[in-house]
Design a binder for this molecule. Structure first.
Ligand SMILES: C[S@@+](CC[C@H](N)C(=O)[O-])C[C@H]1O[C@@H](n2cnc3c(N)ncnc32)[C@H](O)[C@@H]1O
Length: 231
């Protein structure tokens, strides 16, 4: 094929793709990020409905984080999932590795306000930690959430209390180290939830550890692994 013809094809393809994105944005149907509309889930779900003014305010803070802060956070579906798990388990002690700006932390916090529990969340990046603290304050969760700034690989060694839910959402190659250090603290019947569990990002060592241990039951759904520590 001649160079000019090839260039025309490439340019046309780029124009078509950009037009499709602009059109779907204009229609209010932003193309989903990977992992945000799995198997058409969002066609079946509806946005969360605030039960009272407190929830309304918290949803406002969450909305604002997504709109104005361009960091990598879990998608809203996963935040809702974390809240449901935490509240339904009546979890009292949740540990999160990877706070970022606090988006998933606020979903946990919403549940923990109801269960009377606490979240301890770890962030290595000072700027993100500062933004997260600010978001937690705006969400009225300063007393429910403790943010530990520093390298979680070191900091978690100080933990002693039984854990109801351990949520891993930081350095993917570090998941195995977090599991080794914290699985002994996860209570029987507790959960280890890990994010970005897909063939491209999941660490084979972590997958091996959570899928071959007879004391654990693991499923992977929509890039989230859910591991039960059996009783
Ligand atoms: C994907 S983001 C977490 C998103 C967050 N869970 C949410 O949904 O809002 C991963 C975060 O882990 C942090 N991180 C990476 N390695 C870490 C470590 N060793 N200790 C603590 N935090 C770490 C990164 O700085 C980043 O902010």
């Amino acid at each position: 094929m001649k160079n000019a013809a090839r260039t025309t094809i490439v340019v046309s393809t780029v124009i078509i793709v950009i037009s499709a994105i602009l059109l779907s944005n204009a229609l209010g149907q932003r193309p989903s990020r990977p992992g945000t509309d799995r198997q058409g889930d969002s066609q079946l779900e509806k946005p969360p409905i605030a039960k009272d003014d407190n929830e309304k305010r918290i949803f406002g803070v969450l909305e604002n984080i997504l709109r104005s802060q361009s960091y990598r956070n879990v998608p809203p579906q996963d935040g809702r999932f974390l809240r449901i798990m935490t509240e339904s388990m009546n979890a009292k002690n949740v540990i999160e590795i990877g706070t970022s700006t606090g988006y998933s932390g606020i979903w946990f916090g919403m549940a923990l306000q109801k269960t009377g529990g606490k979240l301890t969340t770890y962030e290595i990046d000072a700027q993100r930690a500062a933004t997260a603290r600010d978001n937690f304050k705006k969400a009225g969760m300063a007393d429910v959430i403790t943010l530990v700034e520093g390298d979680a690989h070191e900091e978690v060694k100080k933990l002693k209390s039984p854990i109801d839910i351990l949520f891993l959402d930081a350095d993917k190659e570090g998941y195995i180290d977090y599991l080794d250090k914290l699985l002994p603290l996860v209570r029987p019947g507790g959960l280890v939830i890990a994010h970005n569990i897909n063939p491209r990002m999941a660490d084979p060592k972590y997958m091996e550890a959570i899928t071959t241990n007879p004391n654990l039951e693991t499923i992977v759904r929509s890039e989230v692994s859910l591991t039960l520590k059996k009783r």
